[in-house]
Design a protein around this ligand. Structure first.
Ligand code: EPZ
Length: 454
C-alpha cells in the first residue's frame, strides 16, 4: 500500500508555522559520527524518513543510535567494527555516500555501494573519489561497490570543482577525511552551502581544525581524533521556502518561525521579483497575499544562488502567474520530472534544455498526479492547494523523505489535505531506475598534481 494525498484546493493559508531542522545538514553530520571517538548529541534533527534510513545504516554497522521525539539524536559509534555500507540501504538514499569519508578516515578502508539511479538527473560521485584519492586513498570499483583504502591519509591541495559547480556531500566527505589525515589540506571550489558550514562547525566542536567553511577555499589541519560533542542542527531553508511558497500560491497570510532567513537571500530576492510582500527578521518570515504577482526569470545555482531544491516549488507558483516565466537549473539540468505532472493540472510548461518556459494560467485544475522525487512531490502539493477541485497525489513517500508532518503543518494553516492509502490496484512498478545495476568493472582513480589533465 502506498500513501497518497487527497487535496481540496482553493483555501488560502493563514496562521503561524515553524520550520524543522535541516535534512541536508543532519545527514552528513550523522554520517560523520562514525569517525568520532565519543558520544554525540544532535539537537533539532528532523523526524524524516531519510534520517531514519541514516540511523538504520549507522546501526547496521554497529553504532548505538537513540532518537528522541524532541528531535534529539544520540550516537555512539565507538563499537562500530564494519566499514561497509550495503547496497540495499545505499540505494534508498544517495546521502548514504556520506559514510565513505568517515569510514575511510577511521578504519583506513571503506566499502560503500555506488548509489542507485536518481530521478533528478545524473549524480556521479567522481569528485568525492577524486578528493579521497588526492588524500592518498586507493579507490577502485568492485561489483557495484566503491572500495577505498588508505591507512595513512595525508593532507593535499584539492580542487573539487565539477561541471555543475561544487559538490555539497563531496565537500563533506573530504572535510571529514582531511580532518583525520596528517598535515594540512586545502579544498578549492568547496561547496559554500549553509549545511556544509554547519557540518564544519559540528566537526570543529568535536576537535577538528577547519578554517573558512562556507567559503570556496577551506583549510583543514589534521588531528589525531575527534571527541564527544553536542550540536544543534541549523533550521531547514528548503522547508522554510516551501512553506513560504504555499502561502504565496494560496494568496494567504502566514508567519514562519525558526526560519534561517540569512541563508535565504536569493529566495527573498525571488519573492520580491515576483511581487510577493515578504517581511523577514533574523528568524521569522511573514508572507502576505499580493494583489498582483509578476512572472519572473529564475536560475537555480550553487549557494548563495537560488537553491535547486526549490526550483520545482517555484515552478508551481509561476504556473499560476499570468505571463511568461523562465526557470533554469544549472545544478541538475534535467530536474524537471514535476513539469509533466503540473501540465496534467493545467499548467502550460515547455522544457528547453536546462530551462522550463512557463506561461501562467488563471487557475490550475485538480487531477490525479504522481510524485517522482522529494521536491517534485512538494511542488505537486503546492499546485493542488491552488487548483480548483480535489487532486490526488500518489507516492507521497517521496515527500516523507524530506518533510516532517507536512500535511499537518499545512492543514493547521487552513489547507484540506487527507492522507489515505493508494490501495494495491493503483500500484505501478517503480521505474526501471531501480533495476539499474552498476556494471561490473574495475576503474582506478589516481592522484594528479594540480594542472594535470583529468
Ligand atoms: C546535495 O546533494 C543535497 N543533498 C541535494 O538535495 C541538493 O540538491 C544538492 O546537494 C545540490 O545543492 C544532500 O545534501 C543530502 P552535489 P549532492 O554533489 O551533494 C554534480 C534534496 O532534495 N556532481 O552538490 O548529491 C552533480 O551531478 C536533495 O534535499 C558531480 O559531477 O549534490 C550535480 O550536477 C536533492 N560529481 C552537482 O555536481 C560528483 O562527484 C551538484 O551535486 C558530485 C556531484
Amino acid at each position: 500500500m502506498m500513501d497518497m494525498f487527497c487535496v481540496e484546493g482553493g483555501h488560502s493559508l493563514r496562521g503561524t508555522v515553524s520550520v524543522d531542522g535541516s535534512k541536508n545538514a543532519s545527514l552528513p553530520i550523522m554520517a560523520a559520527t562514525l569517525a568520532i571517538d565519543g558520544e554525540v548529541i544532535l539537537e533539532q534533527v528532523p523526524q524524516l524518513q531519510d534520517v531514519a534510513t541514516m540511523q538504520q545504516l549507522l546501526q547496521s554497522i554497529g553504532a548505538a543510535v537513540e532518537q528522541h521525539t524532541d528531535g534529539t539524536i544520540c550516537v555512539d559509534a565507538r563499537d562500530v567494527r564494519s566499514s561497509a555500507a550495503p547496497y540495499e540501504l545505499v540505494r534508498q538514499m544517495r546521502a548514504s555516500v556520506c559514510v565513505l569519508g568517515p569510514l575511510l578516515a577511521r578504519f583506513g578502508t571503506a566499502r560503500v555501494s555506488l548509489p542507485g539511479g536518481c530521478n533528478i538527473g545524473h549524480r556521479p560521485i567522481d569528485l568525492h573519489l577524486r578528493g579521497l584519492a588526492a588524500l592518498g586513498a586507493d579507490i577502485r570499483l568492485e561489483a557495484g561497490y566503491i572500495v577505498a583504502e588508505g591507512s595513512k591519509l595525508r593532507g593535499a591541495d584539492i580542487d573539487l570543482c565539477g561541471p555543475h559547480g561544487p559538490t555539497v556531500t563531496g565537500t563533506c566527505n573530504i572535510l571529514i577525511a582531511a580532518t583525520l589525515a596528517k598535515g594540512r589540506t586545502i579544498i578549492r571550489a568547496a561547496a559554500k552551502e549553509p549545511e556544509v558550514e554547519d557540518f564544519a562547525r559540528f566537526l570543529n566542536a568535536a576537535g577538528a581544525k577547519i578554517f573558512g567553511a562556507g567559503t570556496s577555499i577551506v583549510e583543514i589541519d589534521g588531528v589525531a581524533q575527534l571527541h564527544d560533542v553536542r550540536h544543534t542542527v541549523i533550521p531547514d531553508r528548503i522547508e522554510a521556502t516551501t512553506l513560504a511558497l504555499a502561502a504565496a500560491i494560496t494568496h494567504g497570510d502566514v508567519t514562519i518561525l525558526n526560519a534561517p532567513t540569512t541563508h535565504m537571500t536569493y529566495v527573498l530576492n525571488a519573492f520580491n521579483l515576483i511581487g510577493i510582500p515578504i517581511e523577514a527578521t533574523h528568524d521569522t518570515l511573514r508572507i502576505r497575499a499580493a494583489s498582483i504577482q509578476r512572472p519572473a526569470r529564475l536560475t537555480a545555482e550553487p549557494y548563495p544562488g537560488l537553491p535547486t531544491d526549490c526550483q520545482a516549488q517555484f515552478m508551481a507558483l509561476l504556473s499560476t502567474i499570468a505571463g511568461k516565466s523562465l526557470i533554469t537549473d544549472t545544478v541538475f539540468p534535467e530536474r524537471f520530472m514535476h513539469a509533466a505532472e503540473l501540465v496534467r493540472m493545467g499548467a502550460n510548461i515547455r522544457i528547453q534544455g536546462n530551462s522550463a518556459i512557463i506561461h501562467g494560467v488563471t487557475r490550475l485544475s485538480a487531477a490525479p498526479v504522481m510524485a517522482s522525487d522529494l521536491r517534485a512531490s512538494a511542488a505537486l502539493v503546492l499546485a493542488a492547494l491552488a487548483a480548483e477541485g480535489r487532486s490526488e497525489i500518489r507516492r507521497v513517500y517521496h515527500l516523507d523523505r524530506g518533510y516532517h508532518a507536512f500535511e499537518q503543518k499545512l492543514n493547521q494553516l487552513g489547507a484540506k489535505i487527507q492522507r489515505t492509502n493508494d490501495g494495491p490496484q493503483n500500484v505501478v512498478p517503480r521505474p526501471h531506475l531501480d533495476s539499474l545495476q552498476p556494471e561490473k568493472q574495475r576503474i582506478s582513480y589516481r592522484h594528479t598534481e594540480p594542472g594535470d589533465h583529468m
